[in-house]
Design a binder for this molecule. Structure first.
Ligand SMILES: CC(C)(COP(=O)(O)OP(=O)(O)OC[C@H]1O[C@@H](n2cnc3c(N)ncnc32)[C@H](O)[C@@H]1OP(=O)(O)O)[C@@H](O)C(=O)NCCC(=O)NCCS
Length: 185
């Protein structure tokens, strides 16, 4: 499994040389399908541009920090996604943490989240220079608690507050321990 950016592949656009006659209903259906694919591709390109801008820190909403959004692939299938925030603001330090992740529902309980978090922590260290990674989860999210603890998360505290529906568990992972490029601390 890998975590990486999504690279859109170009649509084979040329219809030159088609042997379907211009007025044929089959040709019309093919044209409509191609238009729909191109519209979906445009929407995807826009999303990817926004994600790339978010990583650069361009045009961020007030109070947001730059973040890297990556997809988890098993072979060619997307099985989840992670978001790695490049810094902690007050909100992220208290509640949100550095890394957020979701696994596609029918891919859960196969170890993907554990591996996604491991790779994200390594990436946070190697590419963003983050030595201690904060990961948070709801107090009752057993799967996420296990995912974090299996990655060496050390519980700092549990935040209970009127603005939270569920208490938040705050864990720190020492990224220097998980990275092969880490030097002596
Ligand atoms: C939390 C989530 C990411 C876990 O993904 P996953 O790929 O199923 O996790 P893994 O397969 O790596 O399992 C990690 C551990 O959690 C356990 N686990 C997974 N789902 C579980 C469940 N529903 N109940 C109890 N334990 C569960 C696994 O058994 C494993 O522990 P083990 O090795 O001791 O057996 C996934 O359930 C999800 O996307 N949930 C919705 C979004 C979310 O909560 N994200 C986290 C926000 S902090």
């Amino acid at each position: 499994m890998t975590v990486r950016e999504y690279a859109a592949t170009p649509i084979a656009a040329s219809r030159r040389g088609s042997r379907i006659p211009a007025r044929s209903p089959r040709r019309h259906t093919r044209g409509a399908k191609l238009s729909a694919r191109l519209r979906r591709r445009d929407a995807l390109r826009l999303l990817l541009e926004r994600l790339a801008a978010g990583a650069r820190g361009d045009s961020l909403p007030p109070g947001h920090v730059p973040s890297t959004f990556l997809f988890a692939f098993d072979a060619s299938r997307i099985v989840g996604r992670v978001s790695i925030r490049h810094a902690l603001n007050d909100f992220l330090l208290r509640i949100g943490g550095h890394v957020g992740y979701v696994v596609v529902p029918d891919c859960r309980r196969r170890g993907y989240a554990t591996e996604m978090l491991r790779l994200s922590v390594r990436l946070a260290h190697d590419q963003l220079g983050i030595n201690r990674v904060l990961v948070t989860c709801d107090h009752d999210n057993v799967a996420s608690i296990r995912t974090i603890e299996k990655n060496g998360g050390v519980l700092e505290n549990i935040v209970r507050a009127a603005d939270l529906d569920t208490p938040k568990r705050r864990y720190w992972i020492d990224a220097r321990l998980t990275s092969p490029t880490a030097g002596p601390s």
